[in-house]
Write a protein that binds this ligand. Structure first.
Ligand code: AMP
Length: 455
């Protein structure tokens, strides 16, 4: 199937051309005809498979067919909702009469009221904020909603949105088309789909929750004490955009500050930040102003930043499926990518569950990951003691340049100088006293700024 076969309006074809899409992806080929036909659908596809376009493109045609109708898309996170809205705007760039309203928390109600007064043809919302509007009577869904999309429905359930989803369902007309997208399936999902859909057709592309084959994965055995040091080394070695996942908001903040203190521009994204801060972080990361973004699992799904080359699992996710969603941030729409996972003894059990899931879904199992033997990790810790700041400074008075991709030299001084790569004298945060004096130096003959930590 090609886009030309679909008889799409010329303005959509122009937008698709501008977006650089040559042919529909697998999920798009699988769902287009049914969405056009008005069938209820349950669709599961690998992350990054192009599912946003899979529902947005045919929805435009449906809205043209019925000028009095509107669509509603529910998404679990603000970021995903914003991304869908952004895609919708790109798709309707060359047309008038398809305004959207994006209703998410953390943004003023008044601005959203203004968008709603423009009679949007599509509302893209997170469940909580949509309900706020319904209760204030600034949104009325009953009359015109002809298509409902539940995007990343499994995530909405994980995030505890079930009561809100039920309340929203009661506000919708019974006669409508419903499309449910979910990466995973559970008994709770089953009951949700029974509540929302009528004789749905099921479409699965690839194996549900499978790691895309274009992503290569590896593990690094380390310890909690040495994680920061290992991370610094990895980030210095890697090229391109790097997305790092940490478990808690505090750890995420701390890690971003730690990387910044070594001169690595790092954005930080988690649910404890304001909407403005979250938007700014995403912008800095997607424009490349920050090469690194540290995030909690809020970014595991939905975030679509083109060209993320590496995902690092600094901490393991608590829900095994999130491992697949996390690393799905790289290798999007057929591109290649790499996933690096830190393994520590404390997270052995979580890793065991992730490996079991990878096996079950027929995904590639990263090398060196058949269980993290505690002794092995402890041996690794013993063999490579954390270096004292003073010893490092004596050895590398001006820091050292690590060429990206270079093999680790046993004699660090033997590494040839280069430019453009981060320079890091490794002083783990744990051994650096709080009162440590930081100064910045420029390594002679290199155009690289180096941060040194000095006692
Ligand atoms: P999604 O799964 O919707 O988050 O999409 C993942 C990425 O695939 C996004 O960057 C889309 O812009 C891109 N994409 C969607 N459809 C196509 C297509 N037909 N050809 C190339 N890229 C696409």
């Amino acid at each position: 199937m090609t886009f030309q076969d679909l008889d799409l309006p010329p303005f959509v074809m122009k937008a698709i051309d501008q977006l650089g899409f040559q042919n529909p992806t697998e999920i798009q080929t699988a769902v287009f005809a049914d969405v056009f036909a008005g069938t209820d659908l349950i669709a599961s596809a690998q992350t990054g498979s192009g599912k946003t376009a899979a529902f947005c493109v045919p929805i435009i045609s449906r809205l043209i067919e019925n000028p009095a109708s509107t669509a509603l898309v529910l998404a679990p996170t603000r970021e995903l909702a914003l991304q869908i809205d952004e895609f919708w705007k790109q798709l309707t760039l060359f047309a008038r009469g398809f305004p959207s309203a994006c209703l998410i928390g953390g943004v003023s109600m008044q601005a959203q009221d203004r968008m709603l007064r423009k009679q949007p043809r599509i509302i893209i919302a997170t469940p909580g904020r949509l309900l706020d509007h319904i209760r204030r009577r600034t949104v009325r869904l009953m009359k015109s909603t002809s298509i409902l999309v539940l995007d990343e429905a499994d995530r909405m359930l994980d995030m505890g949105f079930r009561p809100q989803l039920t309340a929203i369902r009661d506000e919708l007309p019974k006669s409508r088309q419903t499309l449910l997208f979910s990466a995973t399936w559970s008994p709770e999902m089953d009951s949700l789909s029974k509540e929302y859909l009528r004789e749905p057709k099921r479409i699965a592309v690839g194996t549900v929750s499978k790691v895309a084959p274009t992503i290569s994965s590896r593990t690094i055995t380390t310890s909690q004490q040495k994680k920061n040091e290992t991370l610094l080394e990895e980030v210095g070695r890697l090229r391109g955009q790097v997305l790092i996942f940490a478990r808690t908001q505090k750890r995420t903040d701390r890690l971003a500050r730690y990387l910044e203190s070594y001169g690595v521009k790092s954005a930080c994204l988690h649910g404890g930040r304001t909407q403005g801060q979250r938007k700014a972080a995403l912008k800095a990361f997607s424009t490349g102003e920050s090469r690194v973004m540290v995030a909690t699992d809020i970014a595991a799904r939905g975030i679509d930043v083109a060209g993320i080359q590496t995902v690092i699992n600094y901490d393991l996710p608590q829900v095994p499926e999130d491992y697949i969603h996390r690393i799905g941030r790289t290798g999007r729409a057929g591109a290649s990518g790499e996933a690096v996972t830190f393994l520590v003894p404390e997270e052995r059990l979580e890793w065991r569950d992730i490996v079991a899931l990878l096996k079950k879904t027929g995904s590639q199992i990263p090398k060196g990951s058949e269980g993290v033997a505690k002794q092995e990790v402890l041996k690794a810790e013993k063999g490579a003691p954390v270096q004292k700041a003073s010893a490092l400074k004596a050895k590398h008075p001006k820091g050292r340049i690590v060429p990206a991709g270079a093999p680790k030299a046993s004699n660090p001084e033997a590494v040839p100088p280069t430019t453009g790569v981060i320079t890091i004298p490794l002083v783990p945060a744990q051994v650096a006293p709080k009162a440590a004096v930081r100064r910045q130096v420029i390594v002679p003959s290199e155009r690289i700024r180096v941060s040194l930590v000095r006692r």
